[in-house]
Design a protein around this ligand. Sequence first.
Ligand code: ADP
Length: 199
Amino acid sequence: MRNPRMKGPKISMELTINKARLSLVQGDITGQATDAIVNAANSGLMGGGGVDGAIHRAGGPAILEECRRIREKTGRLPAGKAVITTGGKLKAKYVIHTVGPVWQGGTGGEAELLASAYKESLKLAADNGLRSVSFPAISTGAYGYPVESAARVALQTTIDFLGQNQSLREVAFVLFDSYTYRVYTDVLRELMPNMESTR
Ligand code: ADP
């Protein structure tokens, strides 16, 4: 049987919200050329598996070096917060590291913490004068957050932010596998029923 989470062809969907483009892309976030890419980090900021490992491998040691300095100065990064470092060797100039919640059944404030992870990352990008940022599906891998619920939080939080902020011009969601891409597409259509997709 075909694994529904298997990587498939790269497809893309995009909408305009206010002055910004919101797009859904299937692929590897480490190759994104936006001003920043967001890392689904863990509180220790010392790298890990999944997208975190991929970003550090592709970006080289300068990212971890800066994470270590932040960690020494301010300690562990709690869930829902975000910090910014260099992008090292990546095409993106910066990496925004945020920590999503570990799924515990949904009654431990996970939705609020996940919304905060997106909001704090978007705010950090805007505060640093960045125009474009790419997100992975935070918390939906090792942290076990159900993809549909996570997509709802990710997209609604971003739509709300772009409705109020004029400086960001592009937010891309880079979904690694076809299942996650499909769920994000369905949820975005549901949240923005009157929106014409430009692709
Ligand atoms: P978390 O610990 O927040 O759950 P993971 O890295 O385990 O973070 O997974 C988050 C999401 O990132 C998952 O959908 C996973 O498939 C995806 N992912 C893994 N590697 C990449 C990559 N190189 N680019 C984009 N997304 C990725």
